[in-house]
Design a protein around this ligand. Structure first.
Ligand code: COA
Length: 139
C-alpha cells in the first residue's frame, strides 16, 4: 500500500472575486473538548457573515432557510484571525444564495491564509407574518 502526503500549503492571497464581510478572532470560551474551536460557533459566524450581502437585496426582514453545504476543511484555533468572504451565487424571486469561504491567519503567521471552512446558504425575504415576500426590484 502506498501512502500519500496531503499538503495544505498556506495561501498568500485572498479571493479577489468575493467580498470581505466579517473578521473575528475566536476565544477560549469558543472551544470544543479537543481544544479546537467548536463547529457550532463557526456555523453561527458563517450564518452572520452570509447574511450581509443578502441584506442588500431584501431591504427588510429575512431568514436563513437552508444551509445547502458546509465543509470544515481545517480546524480553527484559539487566536486565529478569521476572515469571512462572501459572494452571491443566485438571486431568486424571494431568496438569495451565497457562498461563504473562511480563511484563518494563525496569529504568529500573519499574511499566510488557510481556508478552514466553506459553505453555501440561502436566505429568504420575509414579511411581517414570517412568510416569503418578493425581493424588491433592484436598481
Ligand atoms: C424561510 C421560510 C419563511 C420559507 O417558507 P417556505 O414556505 O418554505 O418558502 P417557499 O417554499 O415559498 O420558498 C421560498 C424561497 O426559499 C427557497 N427555498 C426553500 N427551501 C429551500 C431549500 N431547502 N434550499 C434552498 N432554497 C430553498 C425557495 O426556492 C424559494 O426561493 P425563490 O422564491 O427565490 O425561488 C420558512 O421556511 C421559515 O420560516 N423557516 C424558518 C426560518 C428560520 O427560523 N431560520 C433560522 C434558522 S435557526
Amino acid at each position: 500500500m502506498t501512502t500519500s502526503t496531503i499538503t495544505h500549503a498556506p495561501l498568500k492571497s485572498l479571493p479577489a472575486d468575493m467580498e470581505l464581510v466579517l473578521k473575528v478572532i475566536p476565544m477560549p470560551a469558543d472551544t470544543n473538548s479537543n481544544g479546537d474551536i467548536f463547529g457550532g460557533w463557526v456555523m453561527a459566524q458563517v450564518d452572520l457573515a452570509g447574511s450581509v450581502l443578502p441584506a442588500r437585496y431584501t431591504a427588510g426582514r429575512m431568514a436563513t432557510v437552508a444551509v445547502n453545504e458546509f465543509i470544515f476543511k481545517q480546524p480553527v484555533k484559539v487566536g486565529d484571525i478569521l476572515s469571512f468572504y462572501a459572494a452571491v451565487t443566485r438571486v431568486g424571486r424571494t431568496s438569495i444564495t451565497v457562498k461563504v469561504e473562511v480563511f484563518a491567519e494563525r496569529i504568529r503567521q500573519q499574511g499566510e491564509y488557510v481556508k478552514v471552512t466553506e459553505a453555501t446558504l440561502t436566505y429568504v425575504a420575509i414579511d411581517d407574518n414570517g412568510r416569503p415576500r418578493a425581493l424588491p426590484a433592484q436598481e
